[in-house]
Ligand binder design. Structure first.
Ligand SMILES: Nc1ncnc2c1ncn2[C@@H]1O[C@H](COP(=O)(O)OP(=O)(O)OP(=O)(O)O)[C@@H](O)[C@H]1O
Ligand SMILES: [Mg+2]
Length: 227
């Protein structure tokens, strides 16, 4: 079997709130292969965001293993994990999560600042990324001066600026109207056709339909996939 991009083996996640233990994932096995486009579905509280956080190395499992390109990264120290995440993973969220007092261009540049790319180089790359997503006329707008769909495209440009191996999206159409949501889904689809590996969590049947495979979660367990 080829090496998965990310593999979860028996991943359990338990949140502790004082005395109370909240199990969010229970012994989840999952392989994400290069070129995959997976949609995680399931009721609210079923563990979709938790699973994305663990796949995206934003959080660690309570038990089980996370392999990144075959390497066990479960116990990597915080710095190494952050570096791997910064270079190899892009994130898009439901609320766009743009920095409000930065322009579109500055928001998209941000991941490159952390990678130490020169100002001139990152300006150039950020501008190209925004132009590719149809925002060439909006480079100097702040998030509050952009529509929801435009903000999500800025967020996508920011997620893609490092050319990540894995794009993770948590409810990327959750705050968009149907038409704007479809525009964003069309972009995801095109990105996957160009070879980008994508995992998204969604309640939106249209978003799930755009993916190449669907995985259903319930009470922190994978209930099966619908290819
Ligand atoms: N930081 C946290 N601390 C404690 N419990 C948490 C935390 N984050 C999530 N949970 C709990 O873990 C379970 C799974 O939550 P998660 O956010 O992964 O669900 P979800 O499928 O993404 O839901 P939604 O569709 O509403 O976004 C829920 O019971 C939730 O209350
Ligand atoms: Mg969620």
């Amino acid at each position: 079997m080829s090496t998965a991009l990310v593999e979860l083996q028996g991943v359990t996640k338990i949140y502790r709130l004082g005395e109370v233990e909240v199990p969010a994932l229970r012994e989840v096995d999952l392989r994400v292969e290069p070129g995959d486009f997976l949609a995680l579905m399931g009721p609210s509280g079923s563990g979709k965001s938790t699973l994305l956080h663990i796949l995206g190395l934003l959080d660690r499992p309570s038990a089980g293993k996370v392999l990144w390109e075959g390497e066990d990264v479960t116990r990597l120290n915080g710095g190494r994990l952050a570096e791997l995440r910064g270079r190899r993973i892009g994130f898009v969220f439901q609320m766009f999560n743009l920095v409000p007092n930065l322009t579109a261009l500055e928001n998209v540049e941000l991941p490159l600042v952390f990678l130490g790319v020169s100002l001139r180089e990152r300006r150039k790359r950020a501008e190209e990324a925004l132009v590719r997503l149809g925002l060439g006329e909006r480079l100097h707008h702040r998030p509050s001066q952009l529509s929801g769909g435009q903000q999500q495209r800025v967020a996508l440009a920011r997620a893609l600026i490092t050319d990540p191996a894995l794009l993770i999206a948590d409810e990327p159409t959750g705050n968009l109207d149907t038409t704007t949501g479809r525009e964003i889904l069309t972009i995801f689809s095109a990105l996957n056709k160009q070879g980008r590996t994508i995992v998204l969590a969604t309640h939106d049947p249209e978003a799930a339909e755009v993916a190449k495979a669907r995985i259903r979660l319930r009470d922190g367990r994978i209930m099966g996939g619908t290819p």
